[in-house]
Design a protein around this ligand. Structure first.
Ligand code: MRU
Length: 346
């Protein structure tokens, strides 16, 4: 099961349509900038690293249709597609980071001919995917070093295989632990309003044979109070230099609960998710999505009066003061986060 890949014979991005899960495993084939933009915006491909990989393969696939031997024309067309794809979702830094990385290939090779640049772009997109897979495996190992057999683990949203290249970030230690017989008991928050926990985390952990129990978001306190949770593992969409973290809406509430109950709260993510230009959580743009996701999506009939005023932020910022550690492929960072995050950069 591949979340996002490139069909190299026809230069088409292939994604597993996550909006159809868990009911149907449908693969979509994306060739135009509009296809890729729409797939990212509608969360057919989602999760910070997966969005970055989709954008990298996406821009590679789309630029194949530009038939020119002129470098300035090629660069202009490339940047048009890049700027358009960058508007699909604002919060996950991986999207713009991957697009910037692809652009650098074009900008730094003006002496090469267009077929050669296209070849380099494909290699760069492959590298973005491969580096993510390696990072996720290492995050799994680093994360597992903090966990013990039989622990109860709560997770929010989906930061598993579906959200990345392979393994996941927050779910990587769980997969690795499962392989080693740790026997974790996982609680998956359903994650209103788009139900990434209920639809995706349940789907992939069940499929892997993990002991996983679905709870509504408002039940997290209850399972913590009962002593069933010994660690919280979540992913991230953007890490600011002071250690504030943007992740799926509801994450900050879980962090506050974990602090109250004295449960370690771990954020897991690749170093590609650190935004060194972002000093703190206040500078992170939070995506707001359509009201219908709250009022009627997933219901057989609408659940809120028509014309209800709705606030639907897709992410929230968890203060660094609530985070026990940030687990990356390059190591585990403890407070004060700014020092550890800068050390990783250097
Ligand atoms: O809106 P989504 O489903 O893309 O949000 C995803 C998350 O918030 C994940 O936790 C995050 O991207 C980390 S994925 C490894």
């Amino acid at each position: 099961m591949k979340t996002v890949s490139l069909n190299k014979y026809v230069d088409t991005v292939v994604i597993l349509d996550q909006t159809q899960l868990p009911g149907k495993e449908t693969y979509l084939y994306l060739t135009t900038p509009e296809d890729v933009w729409e797939a990212i915006y509608h969360l057919k491909v989602r999760g910070a690293p997966a969005i970055g990989i989709a954008a990298a393969y996406g821009i590679y696939a789309c630029i194949q249709q530009v038939k020119t031997s002129s470098y300035p024309v090629f660069l202009e067309e490339f940047q048009k597609i890049k700027n358009y794809l960058a508007t699909s979702r604002p919060t996950a830094v991986n999207l713009t980071a991957a697009l910037d990385r692809m652009e650098k290939v074009v900008v730094s090779n003006p002496q090469k001919n267009i077929p050669e640049i296209k070849q380099l772009l494909r290699m760069e997109a492959d590298a973005i995917r491969e580096e993510d897979a390696i990072a996720c495996r290492q995050i799994g190992k680093n994360g597992l070093s903090l966990l013990r057999s039989g622990m109860g683990i709560l997770t929010h949203c989906n930061a598993g295989h579906l959200a990345v290249s392979e393994y996941g970030t927050a779910l990587a230690p769980i997969y690795l632990g499962e392989e080693k017989g740790y026997g974790f008991k996982v609680f998956a928050d359903e994650t209103r309003p788009l139900l990434q926990g209920a639809r995706l985390t349940m789907y992939e952990l069940q499929k892997a044979g993990v002991d996983v129990t679905l709870i509504c978001d408002n039940m997290a306190s209850s399972v913590m109070q009962k002593g069933w949770v010994q660690a919280v593992l979540v992913g991230c969409d953007r890490i600011a230099v002071n250690g504030d973290v943007a992740n799926k809406i509801g994450t900050s509430g879980v962090a506050i609960l974990a602090k109250y109950y004295g449960i370690p709260f771990y954020v897991l993510g690749p170093t590609t998710t650190i935004d060194y230009s972002c000093p703190n959580g206040k500078s992170i743009a939070i995506e707001e999505r359509k009201a219908e996701e709250v009022t009627e999506m997933w219901y057989t009939h609408r659940m809120a009066p028509t014309d209800s005023k709705v606030f639907n932020p897709s992410f929230d910022v968890t203060s660094h003061t609530l985070i026990t550690a940030i687990i990356t492929e390059k190591g585990i960072i403890y407070p004060p986060f700014e020092i550890g995050l800068r050390k990783i950069y250097s």
